[in-house]
Design a protein around this ligand. Sequence first.
Ligand code: BLG
Length: 499
Amino acid sequence: WRHPSIAYTRPMLIHFTLQARQLLCLLMIGLTPLISGCEETPAPTTLERVRDEGALRVVTRNSPTTYFQDINGETGFEYELSKLFAESLGVELKIEMADNLDDLFERLNQPDGVALAAAGLVESPGRKDQARFSHSYLEVTPQVVYRSGKLRPTQPKDLPGKRIMVLKGSSHAEQLTALKSELPELQFEESDAVEVVDLLRMVDEGVIDLTLVDSNELAMNQVYFPNVRVAFDFAEPTRVAWTVAARDDDSLLNEANKFLDRVIKNGTLQRLKERFYGHVDELGYVGAYTFAQHLQQRLPRYEKQFRKNAQDQGVDWRLMAALGYQESLWQPEVTSKTGVRGLMMLTQRTAQAMGVANRLDPAQSIYGGTKYFAHVKEQLPASIAEPDRTWLALAAYNVGSGHLEDARELARKEGLNPDKWLDVKKMLPRLAQKQWYSKTKYGYARGGEPVHFVNNIRRYYDILSWATQPQLEGTQLADSSLHKPAINKIPPKEELAPM
Ligand code: BLG
């Protein structure tokens, strides 16, 4: 759908060439009935069809765990994984979005429908007639979710009497239907008008009592909904996989399986998982809902300042907000053990240099911190390109430009690339070891600190990027201006290199 001119002209061309070939064969059959190769043209396999069209058409859902657009363009776990698959086939990826799960399976099973569904689908008995599953690339556990502060259900027999809603056509609806045969008094609603985020919001706001979602979906969304909690695991872990239509031949499925085996083996899949799910591992569940609380309660107080100063300095406001969260959890009056103070944790010296009189005034702190970040970034050598430029500038904000230069020099001596964050971050911790720092220009520094610092900021930055997703519209976040597209220069998402 992205390039209608290409999407429509290519199949027409193929159609034409097929017809032309058949015509030629007919003519030749008339002339020389015994000529070989002109028997009926066999129908192309699904893989051949993809290759002929030059495009892999994939249907997915719009959610933080699958596919969404941020200001850097299309992204999401399923998007990135299917893009790599399309690349391995040497074709373009064309994403189609299904309104709901019924729509998804319809698109998959239409004649000339999409080739593949990549939408966090779990294998379930009810889906056997519609789809065949690839090798699995993720394990998830279906979980019952409730609102903290309410009585926590701990087992299936606690579910009757509660207001429960799940996605229509979901594996969860299937599982509840199965449970209902044992517990006939169980009631639940199935909706095709909502997404997982809506279900979680409804629990968060107390509109419904319970929902069932997969563990990865809860983990991903926990950072937006402070009140939702796991009540209990509803079933054993299940396998998430891609699907092709049940009637399709094996050619594309086999190719997908080979691809998935490869990315499992070479670590690419693991890196993708870290990129999209890693922040939850890093924050832990308590950290995730604490972040959600702060996102709702604290950020709105400072958002305007972040936006304004970031715009003035030509940087991304969400990156500055992420930096501020790392420094102070968006608290204007904190002081570190070393006497560094305020929301953006300015040293006395930096504050003076930036013209900040009162470091504890959040507006001044955000002004000074943003200006200082833009300044250290500007000072970096021109050879450092984005996104490394952003990560190195963050490290310099924390450890100082001199020490960063020392780490870059160590990288150079090791034959590593001093312009790459991945290489420089290996060297930074050496600044705390005498054998190394004794030979550097600026000497000792707590070089491990900027590594954690940058890693954390990147997590917060990703979460804040997701929070600007239009699919969260209608959630509490939509009330904040977090939803308006950011305007400034955004460092592009890093390639699939390990972080
Ligand atoms: C930074 C300064 C840099 C300074 C380095 O320290 O503070 N950044 C800011 O003020 C924004 O200017 O570089 S230098 O001027 O070239 O020397 C090095 O001194 C602040 C850091 C220090 C850190 N937080 C912002 O990231 C901090 O407070 N560390 C102590 C943590 S704890 O309390 O001991 O746990």
